[in-house]
Design a protein. Structure first.
Length: 134
């Protein structure tokens, strides 16, 4: 698989390492100092784009992917005010878009545990329950 990494911090580097172990190819690496490399032509070299960039760039990055016909996976947080616009663009372009606020297995288990606990505690109003991820 040919992968475009948009955002080359800790997550981008970890994804690159895993991708290489699996025989995938990184065809584009976009860093905060190299935003000019994120063009329609360059993104179209990829089978998929993985965006772990910054909130102020996330929607533009996703939009570019949708216009280029490249599926996009986003783990960038802090941009969700434009989430519905991203979904609309995806639908308009018959694209593929996946967003998750956290891709950690542990955190997603925590999310599910929290939902289950909320159901269990619903009838116990005398308790003030809270959970915090640290």
């Amino acid at each position: 698989m040919k992968i475009a990494l948009i955002g080359y911090g800790k997550m981008g580097k970890a994804i690159e390492e895993l991708a290489k172990e699996r025989g995938d190819e990184i065809v584009l690496r976009i860093t905060s100092s190299d935003l000019g490399g994120l063009t329609l032509e360059n993104i179209q070299k990829a089978d998929v784009a993985i965006d772990f960039s910054r909130p102020e760039f996330a929607f533009e990055n996703i939009a570019l992917c949708m216009h280029a016909g490249v599926p996009c996976v986003s783990g960038t947080t802090g941009w969700l005010d434009k989430y519905d616009d991203a979904v609309d663009l995806c639908n308009e372009n018959k694209g593929a878009f996946l967003y998750a606020s956290n891709f950690s297995i542990g955190v997603n288990l925590f999310f599910n545990l929290n939902k289950h606990l909320a159901t269990l505690m619903q009838s116990h109003n005398q308790y003030d329950v809270s959970m915090e991820e640290i």
